[in-house]
Design a protein around this ligand. Sequence first.
Ligand code: SF4
Length: 78
Amino acid sequence: MIKIVIDKEKCIGCGACWVIAPGIFIEDKSMGKTTLSSQYILGERENKVYGEIPRELYDKVSKAEKNCPTYAISIEEQ
Ligand code: SF4
């Protein structure tokens, strides 16, 4: 599994990660910012979403991380 953190403070809601990795990153419509699909969320704290993603989705998640213009997505490999 791969640990992932989304910083909602940094997210500007550009939607790039929703297009690159649909079903993993989704819009939190209450804020217009990114969150994780609920099955991947471990917890939320201080505007950060913590999650765990299966290794087979690494390529998509990594592409989303690299294309996020505000560096709001962080991946910690395990
Ligand atoms: S790519 Fe980054 S800034 Fe754009 S919606 Fe996703 S997390 Fe937010």
